[in-house]
Write a protein that binds this ligand. Structure first.
Ligand SMILES: C=C(O[C@@H]1C=C(C(=O)O)C=C[C@H]1O)C(=O)O
Length: 95
């Protein structure tokens, strides 16, 4: 872990990480969109069992990497909610 000596250094590091996160969100979003091709109805788009599997998986990852578990769970629940909305739009388009 880098020990920062100023708020600018802290924010530069955060900015760099945000760039990586947004690129990964874009990649994740492309795969989520593709999932719509394989779904037969809106319940399948929501796939609540799969959501809980993802949440459990990322909570385990948080534990093993030292990330804040509560932050990871909240971020993922919110992100997946938004991805479901995007996937639902794609699903309606493909109908
Ligand atoms: C991508 C899928 O569709 C939805 C989006 C998910 C996600 O963003 O991880 C998980 C389950 C579904 O709610 C899927 O079924 O795998």
């Amino acid at each position: 872990m880098i020990e920062c000596n100023s708020i600018d250094e802290v924010r530069n590091n955060i900015n760099n990480i945000d760039e990586q996160i947004v690129k990964l969100i874009a990649q994740r979003g492309e795969f989520v969109k593709q999932a719509a091709k394989f779904k037969k109805d809106s319940d399948a788009v929501k796939a609540p069992k799969r959501v809980e599997e993802v949440i459990n998986k990322v909570k385990d990852l948080a534990k093993s990497t030292g990330a804040n578990e509560e932050v990871v769970e909240n971020v993922y629940r919110s992100m997946i909610d938004s991805f479901i909305n995007a996937e639902m739009k794609e699903f309606e388009k493909l109908k």
